[in-house]
Design a protein around this ligand. Structure first.
Ligand code: SF4
Length: 559
């Protein structure tokens, strides 16, 4: 193994990269700008957001909603995975004009991170009963592998945390300027075609850094993805940091490092470092990149604080140099970035495991599940001897460890509870963010709109097998990845006959994976929510009539 060490490390001494201090400070700590430059930075400096946990347990949950300090309520609560939800009945036109406190309900959204973990049937049941007991039966699957509840009372938070803790789960740092929930490959350690299993690396990052005070105050959110599957099934292109399975010709399987991806209003695809990192050193690399972000990230303006802006300004070579010289103290091994991803990433349907069993991907509609449905799913899993479930970055669920002889009966039972392993192409490829039902930033409804759209498209295009992804977002923040869908929908008000009504700006032809790129924003393509079914029908009809043989939707748009 000694030649491996030689290849992996250089004797080059750590040296500081020359970074001129800009005339106008961007709030970069490493350049001496440590004084808070906005109210978010001030709040984090006033008190570590991690300290709010004790106040929730011992003060707020006992004294009730009105006892909560506003700086905790609208700031530090996020580090505990808690946001106030939108007060019912406020239409999208008021989102931009009302103050946050006017939009606040007295109930919370609670986000539970799973971080790519395998959830046993007992844990799936526990997640379901949290929904039925405390959350008016809500329990959505998000595209960051979270379970998201609504209608949570502050009084119930300690009991919920206790149940989560009993199952090895938590909501810690599920929101806030923190290491947000990780995306892990839903088929890590089991898929027959896996390059490398990154499970233990993700577990180590979690163990070392979640809840660690040195990594709890980033300039903004910090999103992590890790996969060793050849389909790149964690949308690595749009994460702040991603580890993607690769094979070095001499050293074998390891991970490439990608940094600086993100969507929202200034979308950027992650830049590939072209390195080879062994699984046991992934956590160190994560620590290095997270430290670069913490120390050099821009803290002056929230709108420029994501890592992608720093990576874009520096370029990937300089970013790597700072990472190696100032944080890792060694050079990373160069290795060409992995080839384009192979296959569909959502894992829907029945697939081979390396142990001879099967995994089965199932599709709720646009991530909408419920506490009751999770309990039913747990029953089905137990009845058929399923090992566990993982959530996916596409708002889907993958059942792991299914005996081949149990597959048919399992699929039948899943159909009966409404979680199909053989869904229509529309149900399979549609996602929706939280939207106006609960989100204070939303302008339009998303979940219900997506559900109705799927039902209508199933009726209008029965049996369609061409994958056309539809991502429905309630505002420009792109939580359901507006810019990387075949048909990306960004919620906004549109004017019809002088009236403002709910609608969408359309982006066409975006993609992650093979040919990753952003959809074209066609200014003329603004559609009312009411007209969405007909708009999508017209676009898809044109595509089907005009496409060459196996041409994809994105390629057709790009012609
Ligand atoms: Fe809320 Fe906008 Fe994100 Fe949808 S995209 S969940 S509306 S912030």
């Amino acid at each position: 193994m000694s030649h491996q060490s030689d290849l992996r490390y250089s004797a080059r001494p750590a040296a500081r990269t020359e970074i001129p201090r800009p005339k106008r400070g961007e709030g970069q700590w490493a350049l001496g700008y440590t004084e808070p430059l906005n109210k978010n930075e001030q709040s984090k400096k006033d008190d570590s957001p991690l300290n709010v946990r004790d106040r929730i347990l011992h003060v707020y949950s006992r004294r009730g909603f009105d006892s909560i300090d506003p700086a905790d309520l609208r700031g530090r609560f996020r580090w505990m995975g808690l946001y106030t939800q939108r007060r019912p009945g406020i239409d999208g036109g008021k989102t931009a004009v009302l103050e946050e406190e006017e939009l606040d309900d007295r109930y919370f959204m609670l986000r539970v991170r799973t971080d790519g973990r395998l959830l046993s049937p007992a844990t799936v049941r526990a997640l379901g009963t949290i929904g039925t007991d405390f959350a008016r039966d809500t329990a959505d699957v998000t595209d960051r592998e979270n379970i998201q509840y609504h209608w949570i009372r502050i009084e119930d938070v300690p009991a919920i945390w206790e149940r989560l803790d009993d199952n090895g789960l938590s909501s810690l740092e599920a929101c806030g300027d923190s290491p947000r929930p990780f995306l892990g490959s839903p088929v890590a350690g089991v898929a027959a075609d896996e390059i490398i299993d990154g499970t233990r690396a993700l577990e180590e990052i979690h163990r070392r850094f979640i809840g660690h005070p040195d990594f709890a105050n980033f300039p903004r959110k910090f999103k992590t993805a890790l996969t060793g599957h050849p389909s790149h099934d964690v949308a690595p292109e749009v994460n702040d940091i991603a580890f993607v399975g690769t094979v070095h010709p001499e050293l074998g399987p390891g991970f490439d490092l990608w940094v600086g991806g993100g969507l929202s209003t200034n979308p950027m695809l992650a830049q590939r470092m072209g390195v080879w990192i062994p699984v046991d050193e992934v956590a160190d690399a994560w620590e290095g990149v997270a430290s670069v972000f913490r120390d050099y990230g821009y803290r002056r303006l929230r709108s420029r604080a994501r890592l992608k802006f720093l990576v874009a300004d520096w370029g990937i070579e300089k970013f790597r140099e700072v990472l190696e010289n100032e944080y890792l103290g060694r050079q990373l091994v160069s290795c060409p970035s992995p080839a384009s991803p192979v296959g569909h990433r959502d894992h829907i349907g029945v697939h081979d495991q390396k142990d001879g069993r099967k995994y089965v991907g199932i599709a709720p509609t646009a991530g909408r599940v419920s506490g009751t449905l999770l309990v039913r799913l747990a029953e089905v899993m137990e009845r058929h001897g399923v090992d566990g479930a993982r959530l996916t970055p596409y708002q889907k669920i993958v059942l792991i460890g299914v005996e081949p002889t149990a597959v048919d009966a399992l699929l039948d039972d899943l159909d009966l509870i409404g979680l199909s392993g053989r869904p229509s192409a529309w149900r399979r490829n549609t996602m929706a963010c939280t939207g106006i039902e609960f989100c204070k930033l939303a302008i339009v409804d998303t979940k219900n709109r997506a559900r109705d759209l799927v039902a209508e498209l199933e009726r209008r295009f029965p049996g369609l097998e061409v994958p056309i992804t539809v991502n429905v977002n309630g505002c420009p923040n792109a939580c359901a990845r507006t810019q990387v869908a075949d048909i990306g929908l960004k919620g906004q008000l549109v004017t019809v006959d002088g009236e403002q009504v709910e609608g969408f700006q359309v982006h066409l032809g975006g993609a992650t994976g093979l040919g990753a790129n952003f959809g074209r924003k066609l200014r003329a393509h603004k559609v009312t929510s009411a007209g969405l079914d007909d708009y999508v029908t017209a676009v898809v009809t044109n595509f089907l009539a005009d496409r060459d043989d196996d041409e994809s939707f994105a390629d057709w748009v790009a012609r």
